[in-house]
Design a protein around this ligand. Structure first.
Ligand code: NAD
Ligand code: ZN
Ligand code: ZN
Length: 364
């Protein structure tokens, strides 16, 4: 509890403005207040949504900010009124909180808690924005206990950090939001960590065929490890991939998931579903572009859904997902391609642009 109640100075990767490289800076982290805990960050993944914020979001209000929302760490100290944690606990901060009290938390239909974190980072008296509810490209962070999950003491933090976003997102989109059922035919658009996790969800839910669709054929080998059975590169065909899928499946797939963040692919994913009962789930992220579809697609009995954080009530579900990894019900190790130090964060960002996902070791 040595740092309890004190302003902490620590190193962080700061995004000063859109598209510019991140800069390593010394920042100040405010002391924990009522209900807050201070966490020593051990590892964080780099998710495509970090890149989106940096390169595509064009939201200047969100800068300067500390990116990173897929981390894990150890509780260093706890503020007044904290009941869920003690120093030494392993923890995963959540970009989606679960306060348990708002009308969204009380409703079983959604995981969209509407309570957010306060600003705790400052740089030369300038407040730094959070990314989502959390920020993880730094050594220390302070966060309200409603946005932190306590996990198994034996969990390896440099792997379970992936459950803080991409893997829970893709896996839950298949098992919760789509509700994939045994014997069904599924199609995955985009085979980054989110799409691969969705493939794993379809497989665990008992899908009989899983079509893996990506313009980068190097992704197919990994998709096979997670359970994909058929592999399609849309660029290799001279007709829409929805038509190809329709021919291969006598009318379309039962479930399709868009894990790219491209509005054209979102439309294609809907068009790839079978009429009558096909379900298409949007997982990819964009808040600056519109989607379009012919109403007949929906009138014919298809359903278009969306998924945030895989539909999981975050704080309740994360410890169970960690247990699922510890008991080999879900894979995590297979997602990791590179490990780097925090100082190499710009290399990790550049690799992510080419579809390679890195884990950053923040502190040992
Ligand atoms: P990623 O960049 O690692 O993977 C994207 C994949 O899509 C790549 O393999 C790429 O080759 C492929 N792709 C690109 N264009 C394509 C096309 N036209 N057709 C088919 N495949 C194509 O990204 P990621 O980290 O796996 O994230 C995927 C998406 O999910 C992003 O949009 C991200 O912002 C979003 N996301 C959403 C949530 C949520 O809660 N809804 C959470 C995390 C991430
Ligand atoms: Zn993410
Ligand atoms: Zn809530």
């Amino acid at each position: 509890m040595a740092t309890a109640g004190k302003v902490i100075k620590c190193r962080a990767a700061v995004a000063w403005e859109p598209t510019a490289p991140l800069m390593m800076e010394e920042i100040e982290v405010a002391p924990s207040q009522e209900g807050e805990i201070q966490i020593k960050v051990v590892a964080t993944g780099v998710c495509h949504t970090d890149l989106y914020h940096l390169f595509e979001g064009k939201d200047k209000c969100g800068f300067p900010s500390v990116l990173g929302h897929e981390g894990a760490g150890v509780v260093e100290s706890v503020g007044p009124g904290v009941t869920d944690f003690k120093p030494g606990d392993k923890a995963i901060p959540l970009f989606l909180s679960q306060c348990g009290e708002c009308k969204f938390c009380k409703c079983p239909k959604t995981n969209l808690c509407d309570r957010n974190n306060r600003t705790i980072f400052h740089i030369i008296f300038h407040p730094l924005a959070f990314f989502g509810n959390v920020s993880f490209s730094l050594w220390q962070t302070v966060i309200n206990q409603i946005a932190v999950a306590k996990i198994d003491d034996d969990a390896p933090l440099d792997r379970v950090c992936l459950l803080g976003c991409s893997i829970s997102t893709g896996y839950g989109a298949a098992v919760n939001t789509a509700g994939v059922i045994p014997g069904s035919v599924c199609a995955m658009f985009g085979l980054g960590a989110v799409g691969l996790a969705a493939v794993m969800g379809c497989k665990n839910a008992g899908a009989s065929h899983i079509f893996a669709v990506d313009i980068n054929e190097q992704k197919f080998e990994k998709a096979k490890i997670f359970g994909a059975t058929d592999f399609l590169n849309p660029k290799a065909y001279n007709k829409p991939i929805s038509e190809v899928l329709s021919e291969m499946t006598s009318g379309g797939v039962d479930f399709s998931l868009e894990c790219v963040g491209n509005t054209e692919v979102m439309r294609t994913a809907l068009e790839s579903c079978v009429k009558g009962w096909g379900v298409c789930v949007l997982v990819g992220w964009t808040d600056v572009k519109d989607i379009s579809a012919r109403p007949i697609q929906l009138i014919s009995g298809k359903t278009w859904k969306r998924s945030l954080f895989g539909g999981f009530k975050s704080k309740d579900s994360l410890p169970k997902l960690v247990d699922d990894y510890m008991t080999s019900k879900i894979k995590l190790d297979e997602f990791i391609t590179h490990k780097m130090s925090l100082e190499q964060v710009n290399n990790a960002v550049n690799l992510m642009k080419t579809g390679i996902r890195c884990i950053l070791n923040i502190s040992k």
